[in-house]
Write a protein that binds this ligand. Structure first.
Ligand SMILES: [Fe+2]
Length: 193
């Protein structure tokens, strides 16, 4: 399969002033593109992967039996590709509230504010590089957690809903060491809640 970078549904400067245009451009056109290129290079080596979607590869990662170094690349680069697809799709200049999701969050976390507090706390305390996720588990329940590096909730059998990238490349140009400021600003660009 030939994978493609999903087209951004907004311009590089559309998330200003919360996420600056330079960061969006480098993050999308350089970082995201490189994950895709490296993922494609591994997939192209193995005919048994040729008909699988990126999501299928991550979901079935533990069953894929290839060279160890290539397997690590598949996990890291495939995760980097798909995680960023989700990241960009969650963001935009205009709200597109998912009322069903908001209702579910209210029921399971007590309120939207309590949910945001827990999610933000996980993001500010994540050590090193990684992501914070809102996922739906197979039993239908929502959950939030940290994952390191470019690990994917798909590999855990979970459906990703909301993804916050807290790698430094996601915020360092504008926010430097002030990760908490980036996280607070990021909430303003999330469209679905
Ligand atoms: Fe990133």
């Amino acid at each position: 399969m030939k994978f493609e970078l999903p087209k951004l549904e907004y311009s590089y400067d559309a998330l200003e002033p919360h996420i600056d245009a330079e960061t969006v451009e480098i993050h999308y056109a350089k970082h995201h593109q490189i994950y895709l290129n490296n993922f494609q290079a591994v997939v192209d080596k193995y005919p048994e992967l040729a008909d699988m979607t990126a999501e299928e590869i991550l979901t079935n990662l533990e069953q894929i039996n290839i060279d160890d170094a290539d397997w690590i690349k598949l996990k890291n680069m495939g995760g980097g590709f798909v995680n960023h697809n989700i990241y960009w799709s969650n963001l935009g200049p205009n709200k597109e509230i998912d009322e069903n999701l908001v209702q579910k969050i209210n029921t399971e976390f007590g309120s939207l504010e309590k949910f945001k507090e827990q999610f933000t706390s996980l993001a500010t305390t994540l050590f090193g590089s990684g992501w914070v996720w809102l996922v739906e588990e197979p039993n239908g329940k929502l959950n939030i957690y940290q994952l390191p590096n470019q690990d994917s909730p798909l590999t855990l059998g979970h459906k990703p809903i909301l993804a916050l990238d807290v790698w430094e490349h996601a915020y360092y140009i504008k926010y430097q060491n002030k990760r908490a400021d980036y996280i607070n600003a990021w909430w303003n660009t999330v469209t679905l809640i």
